[in-house]
Design a protein around this ligand. Structure first.
Ligand code: KG4
Ligand code: ZN
Length: 288
């Protein structure tokens, strides 16, 4: 609550606009940690009461999907989205920004970002674990440590990272990792995650017959995931769209971008908008 007003003031100053010039207020209404969601939603309500602007409640994951639309060129619809964050790992068919969204696959246990974060914590690397492992992996050899093949033999579009987490914990427990060992470990771990994500994402592209793949969510900032996705896309005739790295991890621009088409359609949420810790993306919109 202390930070919201200064952040808003700084944002308006940096953008060179006043509140009067804003057409509407988009706010993340869920899903996520209820404390921060409540602060944001109630603050946004205060803003619309004070300014008379419309309020648009946005789904956090729709925000991540919208991040690719901040780039030029924006993706054409329909597309397949690989949404990989700290809380979600999903393959989604997007027919239109704003829905309908079709579920293609998801993780059965940990999210990809969670696997990065938990492993980084065991290594004592701090948060965000994905970015730390990404940086260390650059100097590493991926074939030095043995990591399991994820969901071996399974032809579906689901993910599982619990086996990898266990394998990583076992290697870490067998002796302190430093210097080149640490770099090699990170490279092997990251390669396992990246290749598994892309295997399923490109399988989803083949299955749907839609030759467009959008990466989204914090893990989409991963340099190896980005490079390999582009490489495979070129080889397999699939157009790959990457939001810039700052727009992959949580940010407000993507929420504004998701709110924009809703605003243009004349949607607004009303002051009874509630923050929701749980809110399936595939549930009907508009926001509650
Ligand atoms: O989308 P996000 O900012 O927040 C959620 O909605 O969860 O994603 C955060 C996740 C964290 O798990 C973090 O470790 C991961 O994104 N992440 C990365 C990288 N940067 C952030 N994972 C892999 N490589 C990165 N460079
Ligand atoms: Zn997020």
């Amino acid at each position: 609550m202390k930070r919201l007003v200064p952040v808003l003031e700084r944002t308006l100053a940096e953008a060179g606009v006043t509140l009067d010039e804003i057409d509407g207020v988009a706010v993340t209404a869920g899903p996520g940690l209820i404390g921060s969601l409540l602060c944001g939603v109630e603050f946004a309500k205060g803003l619309v009461v004070a300014t008379g602007k419309p309020l648009i409640g946005v789904h956090h994951l729709e925000g991540h999907l919208a991040a690719a639309f901040l780039e030029d060129p924006a993706p054409e619809v329909p597309f397949v989205a690989l949404l990989v964050s700290g809380g979600h790992t999903s393959l989604i068919q997007v027919d239109e920004l704003g829905g309908p969204y079709h579920h293609l696959g998801a993780t059965r246990d940990d999210a990809a970002g969670e696997a990065f974060d938990k492993t980084a914590k065991l290594l004592g690397l701090g948060y965000p674990g994905g970015a730390r492992i990404d940086a260390l992996a650059k100097d590493g050899r991926a074939d030095r440590y043995e990591f399991p093949v994820l969901m071996a033999g399974k032809q579906n579009l689901d993910f599982s990272f619990s086996g990898l987490k266990t394998a990583a914990a076992r290697i870490i427990a067998s002796g302190a990792l430093e210097g080149q060992d640490l770099a090699d470990f990170c490279a092997g771990f990251q390669t396992t995650v990246v290749e598994n994500l892309l295997k399923k994402a490109f399988a989803a592209v083949r299955q749907t017959g839609i030759p467009r793949l959008v990466l989204a969510g914090g893990v989409a900032a991963n340099s190896q995931l980005r490079a390999r996705a582009l490489e495979r896309g070129r080889r397999e005739g699939v157009q790959v769209f990457l939001p810039s790295r700052v727009n992959c991890t949580d940010n407000a621009a993507m929420i504004a971008r998701a709110g924009y088409p809703r605003l243009m359609r004349g949607e607004s949420s009303g002051l009874d908008l509630v923050a929701r810790a749980h809110w399936p993306l595939f549930e009907a919109h508009p926001a509650p």
